[in-house]
Design a protein around this ligand. Structure first.
Ligand SMILES: Nc1nc2c(ncn2[C@@H]2O[C@H](COP(=O)(O)OP(=O)(O)OP(=O)(O)O)[C@@H](O)[C@H]2O)c(=O)[nH]1
Length: 169
């Protein structure tokens, strides 16, 4: 059986939001919990990455979402998960069709929001080496470098960067 690990990336500085956006409330629920709830139906287990109470970024904090993905891949591979489905805590609304499209494929990512991706857990070591020597810390650049398939969500994926984005949801 293919075991799937879900990972909510929830580190970063939230500088545009002005406070920790992971714990900002939308409709009475923390964004972090909403993102986790989006992964739950698809995954055998879900972890939070990059904050207290979750797993720590690799190789160290402060490298952006790719450091969170590296930690999730490593965590998954060492616990027998074949693949990892990642989302960021600032994506409170993702249509189920997007998850279906990602999971139908092998390595794939959402063009509109590349942190939303489906990755082989075995790529953890490759990603750590990419973080050390690669040209960019962009998730999209890494996804392209491994040949992951771009998935077009066909609808805008809401992404909360500022308090106004939250109000506009
Ligand atoms: N684990 C982890 N998650 C991160 C990191 N940086 C950003 N994220 C998450 O990735 C998503 C996108 O992050 P951004 O909004 O681009 O960056 P940010 O630092 O959170 O916010 P800004 O300071 O406004 O750019 C957010 O949900 C963050 O929680 C990181 O270094 N580690």
């Amino acid at each position: 059986m293919t075991r799937l690990l879900g990972a909510v990336l929830a580190g970063g500085r939230s500088s545009r939001f002005g406070s920790d956006k992971a714990i900002a409330l939308w409709d009475g629920k923390r964004l972090l919990d909403r993102a986790r709830g989006l992964l739950d139906p698809w995954c055998d287990d879900v972890v939070v990455v990059g904050r207290d109470g979750g797993i720590a970024d690799l190789p160290s904090p402060g490298l952006g979402p790719l450091g969170g993905i590296a930690a999730a891949l490593d965590h998954g591979a060492t616990r027998g998960f074949r693949c990892v489905l990642t989302i960021s805590c600032d994506m409170p609304r993702v249509p189920k069709e997007v998850f279906e499209a990602l999971l139908r494929r092998g390595p794939s990512y959402c063009v509109e929001a590349p942190v939303l991706g489906h990755w082989p857990a075995a790529l953890g070591a490759q990603l750590l080496s990419y973080l050390e020597t690669g040209p960019s810390r962009s998730v999209k650049a890494w996804a392209q470098s491994i040949g992951a398939l771009p998935i077009d969500a066909e609808v805008p994926i809401a992404n909360i960067n500022t308090p106004a984005d939250l109000l506009a949801l």
